[in-house]
Design a protein around this ligand. Structure first.
Ligand code: SAH
Length: 357
């Protein structure tokens, strides 16, 4: 599909009666927006350059537009479906944005600088329907899918807010929500992340993380975007997985792992297996060995995520050198295994702590 026309705004996901913003439309369609349709065609291109080139979404700052047009775009809120409500800067440099949607929901996004990497952790839904026992995002249940425009707006607006620190150069779909349960919008958003006339990111710089929806994993492989896939496995056996991820009961582990194999074979991209370490739950030596045995059959790297505390939930990360021991056990069996560095926890921006403000 031509990425320039790949962003169908899904009316069901927009606030009833609201006009779509420019970011809800494919870039090639911007000239057809009611406020630009009467303007010369180059105006749409100028606006596009401000938005995708400079991360500027406030029309009043688009200095090469005539003042009347700037005002009309601003009064209509015509550019972006999100507003930045708050920013929190962590002592470690991570930056959490709280966005507000036009229908007044909170969406959180985290910018994580590390060397020359500026990774943006993007949300795909308001709330989450999965109810993983250890995660804050599902505590208040599921509210709605984000539109493609709302996902793209997180990147554009982080670009605007982050300068001069530099533009986002990696996107991980690891914010609130289960991206593969918002599949059509996710695909549209990813086409805009990668499009030259959009965010211009390489597909290799995008990672989709999923709790594991086999049919959608296969669809994503077939879509051929070339993005990376991460699976939140979190347990080496079906029984333990079902205890901490209740919806896993409906997904046989074999079927899930076969979908992972399919993704690797089809895309050539090694899959990342995420494994949260919950003290006393899934962090024993036996579990490390079982994990290594399971993963050995696939081309994958294990990424251990020491549990981040969530208010009201009882889970804790393993103490002392238990994390290093678990990692050693997995590595001894020839599996690549890394430990994710905790970032942004002082402002509740770490994995599993995003709850929409
Ligand atoms: N729904 C997708 C995207 C969320 S990504 C998925 O499940 O993959 C967020 C990652 O953080 C997931 O791997 C999730 O399981 C993990 N996570 C959730 N709660 C956490 C916590 N309290 N501490 C550490 N990681 C957590």
């Amino acid at each position: 599909m031509d990425p320039a026309t790949a962003l169908p705004c899904d009316p069901a996901d927009l606030k009833a009666g609201a006009t779509p913003t420019l970011l809800d439309l494919a870039p090639a369609e911007w000239g057809r927006h009611p406020l630009l349709a009467e303007e010369p065609p180059f105006r749409a291109r100028q606006v596009r350059e401000w938005v995708f080139g400079a991360g500027v979404t406030d029309p009043l700052r688009m200095t090469n537009l005539p003042e009347g047009l700037r005002r009309r775009l601003a009064d209509d809120g015509a550019v972006t479906p999100l507003a930045i409500e708050r920013e929190h800067l962590s002592a470690d440099g991570a930056r959490k944005f709280l966005f507000r949607t036009r229908d007044e929901h909170g969406v959180e996004t985290v910018l994580i600088p590390a060397g020359d990497r500026r990774t943006l952790c993007v949300s795909s839904q308001v709330g989450c329907a999965m109810g993983c026992l250890f995660c804050a995002s599902g505590l208040a249940g599921f509210t709605r899918n984000l539109t493609a425009g709302e996902m793209v707006a997180q990147v554009v607006m982080a670009n605007g807010a982050a300068s001069p620190a530099g533009r986002v150069n990696r996107v991980v779909m690891m914010g609130m929500g289960e991206p593969l349960l918002n599949y059509a919008n996710l695909l549209s958003a990813m086409r805009l992340f990668t499009a030259e006339e959009g965010c211009g990111l390489g597909a290799r710089r995008i990672t989709v993380s999923t709790v594991g929806i086999p049919a959608r994993i296969r669809d994503l492989a077939d879509a051929g975007l070339g993005v990376h896939l991460a699976l939140s496995l979190h347990a080496p056996t079906a029984a333990l997985r079902e205890k901490i991820i209740p919806p896993a009961r409906r997904v046989p582990l074999d079927e899930l792992m076969e979908a992972i194999r399919y993704y690797f074979e089809k895309s050539g991209r090694e899959v990342l297996i995420e494994y949260i370490l919950l003290a006393g739950v899934n962090d024993s030596e036996d579990e490390a060995q079982a994990l290594a045995r399971l993963v050995k059959r696939y081309r994958a790297t294990v990424n251990l995520i020491p549990a981040n505390p969530v208010v009201g939930l009882p889970y804790r990360p393993p103490a002392g050198d238990a994390i290093a021991r678990f990692q050693r056990e997995v590595r001894r069996r020839g599996i690549r295994c890394t430990v994710r560095r905790r970032r942004g926890d002082d402002v509740s921006a770490a994995c599993g702590q995003l709850a929409g403000g």
